[in-house]
Design a protein around this ligand. Structure first.
Ligand SMILES: NC(=O)C1=CN([C@@H]2O[C@H](COP(=O)(O)OP(=O)(O)OC[C@H]3O[C@@H](n4cnc5c(N)ncnc54)[C@H](OP(=O)(O)O)[C@@H]3O)[C@@H](O)[C@H]2O)C=CC1
Ligand SMILES: O=C(O)[C@@H]1CCC=N1
Length: 280
């Protein structure tokens, strides 16, 4: 699990893709004291470049350029669908000895290694609570990645929250299904709770405050408690009471089983992304 928070990376960083995930990581690094001048970004989309300039004072490049060779660590934050193209564009400019860190869902490290001509590849699966320093990230390193390389990667991830290392690359697809996509499941439940509250006569703002506060409180309780979630749930569920009525309704509708099925669908999609958009 997460070690003591390391300091910021000493090597220069390049981000290929400057969208949501790159911004979450960059924001955390700058908040920890990294100088904007030690980060370069390649981002073809003008709107995203404007945001990077306004938010962080970083002048992103439209396309890869010679300065990329200065980066000791290259972070790949492009969509799985555009990774191969972005890699082909950037490879001529990147230091052949650089360490590579990809946050792309599904794209396997052997594809990345093939596209970039290296074995120094780490994959990460972060999530959007990284924006508020409460992200959860799964990490996987290929054999050629040294302990010093892993430490550098941890310095990039640490400002965004916690992380775990997995031993088998295929486990990253499970991480993707669980915590990578996970914030969307929480938001979906919040939407449903707010809708129910409004239908039952609460103002939407009141319902939203109650729902968000309940998630925050319950997850903090689960985090601090020695008890598993099942026991915590049973403590809320008084015999013949209101929670029993709600949980019974959900079980009759097979909500837990459908939820588990949904996560398997996410894992399947992660594998498909690797098959469809990875190297042959
Ligand atoms: N969003 C999330 O919750 C999570 C996302 N991820 C992964 O992070 C990666 C990025 O996702 P996210 O940040 O949400 O996506 P975004 O679309 O916000 O960011 C990707 C950026 O890359 C740009 N881009 C496209 N082609 C290139 C290129 N050739 N060179 C450089 N940049 C390029 C895109 O520009 P344009 O729009 O013009 O195409 C876009 O601005 C994905 O692979 C995703 O799987 C991982 C965990 C969580
Ligand atoms: O939906 C996706 O494919 C990405 C990966 C995890 C979260 N968002």
């Amino acid at each position: 699990m997460t070690a003591a928070a390391p300091s910021v990376p000493s090597t220069r960083l390049a981000f290929i893709g400057g969208g949501n995930m790159a911004s979450a990581l960059i924001g955390g690094l700058l908040a920890r004291g990294l100088e904007p001048a030690s980060i370069q970004v390649v981002e073809p989309f003008e709107g995203a470049r404007d945001r990077l300039r306004q938010q962080f004072g970083i002048a992103a490049a439209l396309a890869p350029e010679a300065a990329l060779a200065d980066a000791g660590l290259v972070v790949w934050a492009v969509k799985p669908q555009t990774f191969a193209e972005a890699a082909a564009q950037a490879r001529p400019f990147v230091d052949p000895g650089a360490l590579h860190l990809s946050v792309a869902a599904g794209i396997r490290s052997n594809s990345i290694g093939t596209w970039l001509g290296t074995t120094r590849v780490v994959r990460a699966m972060p999530n959007t609570p990284a924006l508020v320093g409460q992200g959860m990230t799964g990490l996987f390193a290929r054999d050629a990645v040294t302990a010093a390389d892993r430490a550098q990667v941890e310095q990039v991830i640490a400002p965004s929250g916690e992380w775990i290392w997995v031993d088998a690359e295929e486990q990253l697809d499970a991480v993707t299904a669980l915590s990578g996509s996970g914030p969307a499941y929480v938001f979906l439940f919040l939407e449903a709770m707010i809708q129910a509250g409004a239908e039952m006569g609460l103002a939407r703002e009141q319902a939203a405050r109650l729902a968000v506060g309940t998630f925050a409180g319950a997850t903090e309780l689960a985090r601090r408690s020695q008890e598993p979630p099942t026991v915590l749930r049973e403590r809320v569920t008084s015999k013949g009471g209101t929670t029993y009525a709600a949980i019974t309704s959900m079980q009759q509708d097979q909500v837990p089983a459908h939820f588990v099925k949904a996560l398997h669908a996410a894992r399947t999609r992660a594998r498909e992304l690797g098959d469809e958009f990875g190297s042959a």
